[in-house]
Design a protein around this ligand. Structure first.
Ligand code: VGL
Ligand code: ZN
Length: 207
């Protein structure tokens, strides 16, 4: 059984949002069409408390893009984004959610970030998504959404490490590219561990 994982298609990650991914809104119609190809669809949602340690604003003297240590890990500092129960954390307008069977929230612990939909960045806590998918008999996952070089990448890497056949649906993703080449590097990293790189047009028949 195959499942689609829709990653973080939320207002703060599309143009006009606090951490806008260039072209992030373009994935909405593409992912809506992609969803029609899948029987099993889950989504992830970045869901931070206001005091989250990944926000530059919570570290006096630090700026967006600076690197700090958080929970013993290197952490890139971001603008305040996807704060729980704020419009920025809502799913993007027009994104079809009708057939989602699960939404995994992540980044809820102020002391550690969580790019992947499966684990926090230190692999200390699991979200339950891995068990959920295995319980449902899922053996292959397709990953689409935002952002290619952060949450999509780490979700795909963890899926692969958990033993799922894993595919990046590249045209249905957009990246931050904080440093030019980050998106390309992310795709290379995924490919290197056996993640298949596909385009939605190749997924011809409903699956
Ligand atoms: C993300 C940076 C911070 C993402 C989330 O969804 O890719 N990136 N929080
Ligand atoms: Zn975040």
């Amino acid at each position: 059984m195959e499942a689609l994982i829709v990653v973080d298609i939320q207002n703060d990650f599309i143009p006009g949002g606090a951490l806008a991914v260039p072209g992030g809104d373009e994935v909405v119609p593409l992912v809506n069409r992609l969803q029609t190809r899948f029987e099993s669809i889950v989504a992830t949602r970045d869901w931070h408390p206001p005091d989250h340690g990944s926000f530059a604003a919570n570290h006096p003297g630090k700026r967006v893009g600076d690197l700090i240590e958080l929970g013993g890990l290197e952490q890139t500092l971001w603008p305040v984004h996807c704060v729980q129960n704020t419009p920025g954390a809502d799913f993007a307008p027009g994104l079809n959610r009708d057939r989602w069977t699960k939404v995994v929230v992540k980044g809820t612990d102020a002391d550690i970030d969580s790019y992947s939909g499966f684990y926090d960045n230190g692999h200390r806590m699991a979200t339950g998504l891995g068990h959920y998918l295995k319980q449902r008999g899922v053996s292959a996952v397709f990953v689409a959404g935002l952002a290619t070089d952060y949450c999509v990448k780490f979700t795909a890497l963890d899926a692969r490490a958990l033993g799922f056949a894993t595919f990046l649906v590249r045209d249905c993703c957009r990246g931050v590219d904080l440093n030019p080449g980050d998106v390309e590097g992310a795709v290379d990293e995924m490919r290197a561990v056996g993640v298949g790189i596909v385009d939605s047009a190749e997924l011809g028949k409903p699956r």
